[in-house]
Design a protein around this ligand. Structure first.
Ligand SMILES: Cc1cc2nc3c(=O)[nH]c(=O)nc-3n(C[C@H](O)[C@H](O)[C@H](O)COP(=O)(O)OP(=O)(O)OC[C@H]3O[C@@H](n4cnc5c(N)ncnc54)[C@H](O)[C@@H]3O)c2cc1C
Length: 352
């Protein structure tokens, strides 16, 4: 059976990938999006209940709401979406199209590719305590999926970066007691969040690490955590209900190595005139956290700008005579009918 060659295939369904999917639809490109996880949203799934304040034009939304909105927008032009599929390598064919090879063995074909893979496939760095994995089904967590679970409980958080501090601040008002253990002397989070933490009732145990977990009556839930102080070697045993570990993530970026793709080195130094979405392979572009260039914003807002750039470059690669930049959306014929419908709904709501 002959396989469809898409105009653009986006690898990664986080903010950069979803906005790329929207934008490529806007530029009338036949689009496919492939995501390793069985769900869309990328890294935002790590913080579904966190309030996000710093996206232009959006009043605070939770991570979960943002995923919903990003997904709705990303699917506006009905791209083909493949979930639960890992792209393992990319090769170029004689006619300059690309084949994307996958873990399942199903190949995908495309004229251009946008790498929106963030830091790669994310796997949380696990606690290095023998047997700790058996508690993962009960009360050892590597992400905070629902704040409600921690209400009225004694929680120990391990870590000292932004994520650990954000979680400590979110849990402080609802948990019975929050401990934070961090192996270093100084916390690494944003200043405002660290100040908030210091003013809260969270007990910060700096220069300490978890050395042992004890199960309740030898059972499958952690009952107490042993914390060692690095300065004097002393150990305290804390009784806890829940343990949250935020030691960062291991990133699977094998796709780039397997495919011999380098992010354009010029980008890192911000060489004037070099399109920032370019990679070392013509026809393969990049957007979002995977990029590193001077002034790159490793935030959701930054991912959107990168995505539009990458799509515009892909469009021009396929159709050199196409406009280098897309038009403002209000000038786009594709929205005329959609605008009419939205206005109809709005007036109907006002009349009610
Ligand atoms: C705890 C935390 C809080 C944050 N808070 C904020 C905030 O308040 N405001 C803000 O602006 N930013 C925040 N950020 C940063 C923001 O989440 C990222 O900048 C953003 O998600 C980057 O989007 P992306 O699409 O480039 O990458 P990602 O969101 O990482 O998405 C990449 C996707 O690609 C997929 N993928 C990777 N490799 C492959 C492959 N080989 N095959 C198939 N799929 C693949 C991954 O599974 C993933 O879904 C926060 C980050 C964290 C960790």
């Amino acid at each position: 059976m002959e396989q469809t060659v898409f105009d653009v295939t986006i690898i990664g369904g986080g903010p950069a990938g979803l906005y790329s999917a929207f934008y490529s639809g806007l530029r009338e490109m036949r689009t496919k999006l492939i995501e390793y996880q069985p769900f869309l949203g990328g890294k935002v799934n790590v913080y579904p209940e966190k309030m996000i304040w710093d996206i232009g034009g959006l009043t605070p939304v939770t991570g979960e709401q943002l995923i919903q909105q990003l997904t709705q927008q990303g699917l506006t032009f009905q791209p083909e979406v493949v979930l639960g599929e890992k792209v393992t390598s990319i090769s170029q064919n004689a006619d300059r199209t690309f084949t994307l090879h996958t873990a399942s063995g199903t190949p995908h074909y495309s004229k251009t590719i946008i790498l929106a893979i963030g830091g790669g496939i994310l796997k949380p760095t696990k606690l290095e305590i023998e047997g700790a994995e058996r508690f993962e089904v009960t009360n050892l967590h590597y992400t905070v999926k629902s704040l409600g679970r921690f209400k009225g409980k004694t929680v120990l958080i391990s870590g000292g970066g932004n994520t650990a501090i954000d979680w400590a601040n979110e849990l402080a008002p609802i948990a019975k007691k929050v401990y934070l253990t961090y192996r270093k002397e100084v916390l690494k989070g944003h200043e405002a969040e660290v100040s908030k933490l210091m003013k809260s009732h969270v007990a910060c145990l700096l220069n300490t690490s978890i050395v042992k977990l004890t199960g309740a009556k030898g059972g499958e839930a952690i009952h107490s955590v042993w914390i060692q102080n690095h300065e004097d070697g002393s150990i305290v045993e804390l009784e806890v209900d829940e343990v949250v570990v935020s030691h960062g993530y291991e990133r699977d970026k094998a796709l780039l190595d397997n495919s011999e793709i380098q992010m354009n080195m010029a980008n890192e130094y911000g060489v004037a005139g070099t399109p920032l979405s370019e990679t070392s392979v013509e026809g393969i572009f990049a957007a979002g956290d995977i990029l590193a260039y001077e002034g790159k914003l490793h935030l959701i807002a930054g991912a959107f700008q990168d995505a539009a750039n990458a799509v515009n470059r892909a469009k021009q690669y396929i159709t050199p005579e196409a406009e280098a930049y897309g038009m403002v959306s209000s000038h786009n014929d594709l929205f005329i009918e959609k605008n009419r419908e939205l206005k109809r709904q709005l007036f109907a709501a006002m009349a009610d």
